[in-house]
Design a protein around this ligand. Structure first.
Ligand code: CP3
Length: 340
């Protein structure tokens, strides 16, 4: 059994496995080289040969225990015929939703548009670099996708709150997203994904924004995520949830019951360890990788020591930052692998 599955299924606590969110990306010169020649990001995700190569790039350099398929959570709105572009130094920009069209999209057409992703998973899963390791498939959580699809860009600076008062957009669209997420998850598993991670990058926004009410957290985050988690569990594949920024991870776990919970860097690891008995993943602030090796060692050891007797998968509290030096990732992997 792979080290990560052994941790999740058998609660193994020795030899902590490690992988990193955004481990394939702009901090790697070999990724930037491919990216420079492929200016359209969506097309790059849909190039099965290159996307498989990018997925495996970090495994060629570092002793990581998993690869995460090179794709994006916004491939779902793309496959639902919403225009998705990635603007340099700004981020994603989405077109308007065509309400009539989106109601009529057929599963077969949706799957056809994302077929290269499934083919990339298949090719990657057959590569010897991945043997006895996991290949992680992923989706955005319904809420985070709803936010991008309605807001048409990152809500970092501004969320167009009025649009969430529209019943169609906030209720019907959420169900359409959920339906297609299930299809996308199933296809990834059939193609070779051995774990699914659900990224809810904007879960915290619901609690922070004064226009939302407490029950909205249930309607938009807890309940739709719980249904997705049960769907993945029924396919016999472990599911990792990352509800970034939510205030109460324990409450989330009690309700949603994922196999693994990824914590963000604002969570106190000591505190969470006593409250949650499922496998915990992540936590380390990715900015620590921008400091120096001494500081990195001190911070990484804090997580390793805290979770010494708890099933724990080493990861970060958010993705690897583009400014990160690959040698710092190397150092981190060494620290985790030499820890006993
Ligand atoms: O290595 C990996 O983790 C696998 C690939 C992966 C990407 N995006 C590739 C990517 C994964 C797992 C994602 C998830 C994703 N995408 C999330 C959830 C995690 C998170 O960061 O909160 C979100 C919110 C997105 C949406 C998205 N995609 C944004 C906001 C951006 C632009 C800003 C940024 O972080 O780069 C992207 C683009 C994107 N997705 C890039 C990569 C490698 C950069 C593209 C480029 O080279 O310009």
């Amino acid at each position: 059994m792979s080290p990560i599955l052994n941790c999740i299924k058998n609660n193994k606590t020795t030899n902590k496995p490690i992988w990193l969110m955004r481990q394939a990306g702009r901090y790697l010169p070999e990724f930037r080289k491919i990216r420079e020649k492929n200016t359209n990001f969506i097309n790059l995700c849909l190039n099965k040969i290159l996307s498989s190569e990018i997925t495996l790039q970090p495994l060629k350099r570092f002793k990581l225990d998993a690869a995460i398929i090179f794709s994006d959570i916004l491939m779902l709105p793309y496959a639902l015929n919403q225009k998705v572009e990635f603007i340099k130094n700004i981020g994603p920009k989405l077109g308007k939703i065509d309400l009539e069209n989106i109601n009529q999209i057929k599963e077969i057409d949706f799957v056809e548009k994302l077929k290269p992703i499934y083919e990339s998973l298949k090719i990657t899963s057959e590569n010897k670099l991945i043997s006895n390791k996991d290949l992680i498939g992923f989706v955005g959580a319904p809420w985070t996708l709803l936010v991008y699809m309605i807001n048409q860009k990152s809500p970092k600076n501004k969320l167009s709150i009025n649009k969430f008062n529209n019943n169609f957009l906030s209720k019907d669209l959420l169900l359409i997203i959920e339906k297609f997420l299930k299809i996308h998850i199933k296809k990834q598993i059939e193609a070779g994904a051995t774990i699914i991670q659900i990224f809810d990058s904007w879960a915290g926004l619901l609690e922070d924004h004064e226009s939302f009410k407490p029950k909205d957290l249930y309607n938009y985050v807890y309940e739709p995520t719980e249904r997705l988690v049960n769907f993945v569990k029924d396919l016999n594949v472990p599911v990792i949830c990352f509800p970034r920024g939510i205030k109460n991870y324990k409450k989330f776990c009690d309700f949603v019951k994922p196999d693994v919970i990824n914590i963000d860097y604002n969570v106190n690891p000591r505190d969470i360890k006593d409250k949650i008995n499922i496998t915990i993943q992540g936590g380390l602030d990715p900015k620590i990788l921008l400091t120096d090796k001494n500081k990195l060692k001190k911070e990484a050891l804090f997580y390793l020591d805290t979770f010494k007797d708890h099933p724990y998968i080493f990861n970060l509290g958010h993705g690897v930052l583009p400014e990160t030096k690959p040698e710092m990732v190397q150092e981190l992997v060494n620290i985790v692998k030499n820890y006993s």
